[in-house]
Write a protein that binds this ligand. Structure first.
Ligand SMILES: [Zn+2]
Length: 384
């Protein structure tokens, strides 16, 4: 890799937007991210960082970046994902891969979620005396946040201490988030035996069984809501959504197979694996004596819930800097993975979440200056 002084902010933004890095569970859309990782690596190398490009084991063309400057046990990590979601063909007014300035907005795929964060970090720190850091500054760019979280999971597998405090620059409108729910998606499959509808004894009805399953899930959901509550969230309880069902073919045939898909959202302190285990046990009991075969599989293994303590120094510092109180949200991030590596983590970055994953995604240009100032303040506070 050759080193290169980072170009000006506009040019960095243009190059990042022009470098496709879509990740998707659908292979038709999924794209490599090594090109954009190498671009960031060159610029950070140019600023004197030690740069590691770490291929994701088993996934060709996918890599994480860890760029580090300074030494010590604590310090600050500025982290983000290098990938974007796919875009809706034909529904964009502007080319998603060309940074387009119109009015006071910058349009392009990833302008809000979240390529601009990297350009703003580099812009913020290139004016700082990085030779005089007393604690390390680490920049992380991950792969596959929008699809499998393989990048974040590969980071956890390395078990490398990266720093004490972390900011993930997801689009939060520069307000800080210290808490989010966990999310998992499960499929529940029942298999019975078909037969003529005129005599129920001819078969084993999977739809009858799914009725028991759904009743049990709804009862469990009510129980969970009674036992778990967190007033930080707009929806204060854990939730379970019955999202999709498919089964049977004809009114006069006993339904032999039925599948239900659900989404479970946990509160901080609840483990998704425990929820999965409890669900499996309850459903097995509910189906006892039915003669049905029962299987559960994860459609999305899940991102855990995240919570950073209200009295964490980084939460308090960011609250003082921004004038906002820390919030809780119902979408997932890579936060819990950084927490697992021992970092006190907040989510805070330019752009708005409602612009993410939309046609004509944009970054409000009024976010640029405050973002740069915020990043510089954080680096000053935690690395000098
Ligand atoms: Zn994002």
């Amino acid at each position: 890799m050759h080193s290169m002084n980072p170009p000006n902010l506009t040019s960095m933004l243009q190059q990042l937007i022009a470098t496709p890095s879509i990740s998707s569970v659908n292979s038709r859309w999924d794209h490599e991210n090594t090109t954009i990782i190498n671009l960031l690596a060159q610029w950070l190398d140019g600023l004197g960082f030690n740069v590691d490009v770490l291929p994701i084991p088993g996934l060709s063309g996918k890599a994480n970046l860890i760029a580090r400057i300074g030494s010590g046990e604590d310090g600050l990590v500025l982290s983000g994902h290098s990938d974007t979601v796919p875009y809706d063909e034909g529904r964009w007014r502007y080319d998603p891969f060309v940074l387009t300035e119109v009015g006071d907005r910058l349009y392009g795929l990833g302008t809000a979620d979240m390529k601009s964060f990297f350009a703003l970090v580099i812009e913020a720190i290139k004016a700082m005396p990085l030779g005089r850091l007393t604690q390390p500054l680490t920049i992380i760019a991950t792969a596959d946040e929008e699809s499998s979280m393989s990048g974040a999971r590969a980071l956890v597998a390395r078990q490398q201490r990266l720093g004490r405090y972390a900011v993930i620059g997801e689009p939060t409108g520069l307000r800080l988030i210290r808490m989010h729910k966990g999310i998992a998606m499960e499929a529940i499959q029942l298999t019975g035996r078909s037969g003529h509808s005129s005599d129920p004894a001819h078969g084993i009805n999977a739809l009858d069984g799914m009725y028991r399953v759904m009743s049990e899930i709804i009862a469990w959901r009510e129980e969970l809501a009674r036992c778990h509550r967190n007033a930080m969230f707009k929806v204060e309880t854990p939730t379970i959504n019955l999202g999709h069902i498919q089964g049977g073919d004809n009114p006069n045939r006993i339904c032999a197979q039925c599948e239900l898909h659900i989404d479970m959202r946990s509160l901080p302190g609840m483990q998704l694996d425990d929820m999965r285990g409890a669900l499996k046990k309850r459903l097995a009991t509910a189906l006892q004596g039915s003669g049905l075969q029962f299987k559960m599989r994860s459609l999305f293994h899940g991102t855990p819930a995240m919570e950073t303590a209200a009295d964490s120094i980084i939460v308090q510092y960011a609250e003082a800097l921004t004038g906002f109180n820390a919030e809780a949200v119902c979408y997932g991030t890579e936060g819990p993975y950084l927490t697992e590596l021992g970092m006190e983590t907040i989510i805070m970055g330019p752009g708005e979440i409602k612009q993410a994953h939309q046609p004509d995604e944009y970054l409000e240009m009024s976010h640029i200056k405050p973002s740069i100032q915020l990043i510089q303040s954080l680096v000053h506070r935690f690395c000098y």
